[in-house]
Design a protein around this ligand. Structure first.
Ligand code: PEP
Length: 259
């Protein structure tokens, strides 16, 4: 059984005042989220404040990135133990905005995945093809390359602790989501690849979430697909009621599939 996971990626949005208000509204609107794990990923500057707001509730805290190493001369970076101290349970890694804007490489991302796991955090490894790659029929090639590189050197137990996020780059922040059939096709492919890298049993336990313009009005159809285990939500997570609606739809989707 895979419990759906809905992650709110606030990106570079939210002063402390705004972050406190949003986290409080999500917390109060989701007193007892049933059948879904919910994690908020505010900017680093708001992690401590949001941590206090969600403390003692089922809502988890996550970070949008971190360094692979535990400490050292890396100006401007944040290390996994610092995130643990703040109460984070999960870290987004390899988001396409970081790959594109900052040139993050598969190798760097792979080291971050290992670094995060070493500190008991859950990495969320983001993969996905660009619009051009999809047009050229390279979707599976791109996703496979990013996954193999991102998970390189990890044993089955470590991969079992990792969450995978399929985020087609052309769908992120564009308002154009992958259709449920497009997303399901890639999710099925990803699960097959995880099976090849580990075992059929482990592949059945790994959560693969979809990200890319998920909103309350498309969540039902996406979350109804068998291999879609939740959502990584960007823009729509900045609105508490819209985000809460997505969480409820993810729970309903899983329930309707008998999970
Ligand atoms: C994201 O931030 O990972 C994302 C999918 O953004 P959006 O929902 O805005 O497309």
């Amino acid at each position: 059984m895979r419990i759906p996971l809905v992650i709110g990626n606030w990106k570079m949005n939210g002063t402390l005042v705004e972050a406190r208000a949003l986290a409080t509204a999500v917390r109060d609107g989701l007193k007892r989220p049933r059948g879904t794990e919910v994690v908020l990923c505010p900017p680093f500057t708001a992690l401590a404040a949001v941590s206090e707001i969600v403390a003692g509730t089922p809502i988890g805290l996550g970070a949008q990135n971190c360094h692979a190493e535990a400490s050292g001369a890396h100006t401007g970076e944040v290390a996994p133990p610092m995130l643990v101290e703040l109460g984070c349970r999960l870290v987004l890694l390899g988001h396409s905005e970081r790959r594109k804007e900052l040139g993050e490489t598969d190798d760097q991302i792979n080291r971050k995945v290992a670094g995060v796991l070493a500190h008991g955090l859950t990495p969320v490894l983001c993969v996905g093809e660009s619009g051009e790659e999809r047009r050229q029929g390279l979707t599976f090639t791109t996703v496979e390359g990013q996954l193999r590189a991102g998970l390189a050197g990890l044993d089955g137990a470590s991969i079992a602790r990792t969450v995978l996020a399929y985020e087609p780059v052309w769908a992120i922040g564009t308002g154009v989501n992958a259709t449920p059939a497009q997303a399901a096709e890639v999710h099925g492919y990803v699960r097959g690849l995880v099976s090849e890298l580990t075992s059929k049993e482990i592949a059945q336990t790994v959560r693969i979430v979809y990200g890319g313009s998920v909103k309350a009005d498309n969540a039902d159809a996406l979350m109804g697909e068998a291999d879609i285990d939740g959502a990584l939500v960007g823009g729509a997570s900045l609105n508490a009621s819209g985000f809460i609606a997505i969480v409820r739809k993810a729970a309903r989707g899983a329930a309707s599939r008998g999970e």
